[in-house]
Design a protein around this ligand. Structure first.
Ligand SMILES: C[S@@+](CC[C@H](N)C(=O)[O-])C[C@H]1O[C@@H](n2cnc3c(N)ncnc32)[C@H](O)[C@@H]1O
Length: 331
C-alpha cells in the first residue's frame, strides 16, 4: 500500500503526496535483475508510480510495463511519469494483474527481468471518499478499484445470503463477530437497502459487543476490508497472477510482493515456497535437476518496514515484502 496525504482544505486541488512503502528495500531486491540495458519490469500495481519511478531512476536502461485496474491511478501515474521525463520508457496498461500473460503477449514481450506487486488499495483510493473505501466519511458503498467492474460493495451487502455474507466477513476480515454483523445487515436491509458507507459503519459498530468497541481501531475496519477484498476478488487475482508472474520471469529475473494482511501474505509465502522446493519424488535416491527448485528465496519470511518508516507512514506498519529469483526454466 502507498500513502497519500489528504486533499488540502482550501485553495486549488493539490496532487496527492505520495509515500511508497518499503521503497528502498524493493529497489534493492529487484535492482540486480533490472540493471541491464533493455531490462523489462512489470509493475503489476502501478498505483501512483512511486516504485516505478524509483526503479527508472536507479536503472537508466530499464523499461516498465505498468498495470492498474483503476483509471484514476493510471491517469495520475502517467502524469507523474511524464513530469519525471520517463514517458518513453513506460507502457501503462489498463488491466487486472491476472491478465499479465495476455498483456505481455500483446506487447510481444517473451520474458521479463522483474515483477512487482504492491497489493491492496492506494491512498489515492482511500483518500477519495467518493470511491467508498473509507468508513470515516459517508459515501456511496462502492469500493470497486475498477469503476467499470460489475459488482459494488452495496451489491454484496444487499444481496448475499446471510451465511455467505458472514463467511466473507469471517474469512477476509478475520471478523470474530461475522455472524452477528451479517444477521444485523440482513435485518436492516429488509427495511431499506444499504446505499452509503456511514449507515453500514454505524450498524457494524452497534452489532458488536460494547466492550469490544474500544479495542482494535474502528469497529467497521475489518468489515470494510472484507467487502473490499470480495468486491475486487483480490485474493483470487493474486492466486492466479503470482504463478503467471513467476512463469514470465527470465532466469535471473526477480519478483517482489508487498502484502498488507495475513491472507495475502500466506498466498505469497506458499507460492514462493512451492517454487523454491525440490520436487524430486521421495522414492528416488538422488535429486533430479528437472525436479529441482525454479526459485531462490531472497527474503527470510515476510520482511517488515523499519520503525522510522512506520513512524512516518502508519500504513506501512502492516506491510510485508517477500521476494524470489528465478534460477532455472521449468522442465
Ligand atoms: C498500493 S497501490 C500501488 C502503489 C504503487 N506501488 C506506488 O508506489 O505508487 C495498489 C494499486 O494496485 C491496483 N490494483 C490492486 N489490485 C489490482 C489488480 N488485481 N489488478 C490491477 N491493479 C490492481 C490498485 O488500483 C492500486 O492503484
Amino acid at each position: 500500500m502507498s500513502s497519500t496525504g489528504p486533499a488540502a482544505a482550501s485553495g486549488p486541488p493539490q496532487p496527492p503526496v505520495h509515500v511508497p512503502v518499503l521503497l528502498d528495500r524493493v529497489v534493492e531486491l529487484l535492482g540486480p535483475a533490472c540493471a541491464a540495458d533493455g531490462a523489462v519490469m512489470v509493475d503489476a500495481t502501478l498505483g501512483l508510480a512511486g516504485h516505478t519511478l524509483a526503479m527508472l531512476e536507479a536503472h537508466p536502461g530499464l523499461r516498465v510495463v505498468g498495470l492498474d485496474r483503476d483509471p484514476d491511478a493510471r491517469a495520475e501515474a502517467t502524469r507523474r511519469i511524464e513530469a519525471a521525463g520517463h514517458a518513453g520508457r513506460v507502457t501503462v496498461v489498463p488491466a487486472v494483474f491476472d491478465e499479465l500473460p495476455e498483456v505481455l503477449d500483446r506487447l510481444g514481450i517473451a520474458e521479463v527481468q522483474g515483477v512487482l506487486f504492491d497489493l491492496g488499495v492506494s491512498s489515492l483510493q482511500l483518500d477519495r471518499p467518493d470511491r467508498g473505501f473509507s468508513y470515516s466519511t459517508d459515501a456511496p458503498l462502492d469500493m470497486r478499484m475498477d469503476p467499470g467492474a460489475p459488482r459494488t460493495a452495496a451489491d454484496v451487502v444487499n444481496t448475499y445470503p446471510p451465511r455467505e455474507l458472514a463467511r466473507v466477513l469471517r474469512v477476509y476480515g478475520e471478523e470474530r463477530f461475522a455472524s452477528r454483523i451479517a444477521a444485523a445487515i440482513d435485518r436492516e436491509r429488509a427495511r431499506e437497502p444499504f446505499a452509503g458507507t456511514a449507515r453500514l459503519a454505524e450498524l457494524v459498530r452497534e452489532a458488536i459487543p460494547a466492550a469490544t468497541r474500544r479495542t482494535g481501531g474502528h469497529p467497521a475496519k475489518r468489515t470494510f476490508q472484507a467487502l473490499r477484498i470480495e468486491v475486487n476478488d483480490e485474493l483470487g487475482a493474486l492466486e492466479r497472477a503470482l504463478p503467471a508472474a513467476i512463469d514470465a520471469l527470465a532466469v535471473g529475473g526477480r519478483v517482489a510482493v508487498i502484502t498488507f494482511h495475513s491472507l495475502e501474505d500466506r498466498i505469497v509465502k506458499q507460492t514462493l515456497a512451492a517454487g523454491a522446493a525440490d520436487r524430486t519424488p521421495p522414492d528416488l535416491p538422488v535429486p533430479l535437476p528437472e525436479h529441482g527448485p525454479v526459485l531462490r528465496l531472497l527474503t527470510r519470511g515476510g520482511e517488515a518496514a523499519g520503525p522510522e518508516e512506520t513512524a512516518g507512514n502508519p500504513r506501512a506498519a502492516s506491510a510485508r515484502v517477500r521476494a524470489a529469483e528465478r534460477i532455472r526454466r521449468a522442465a
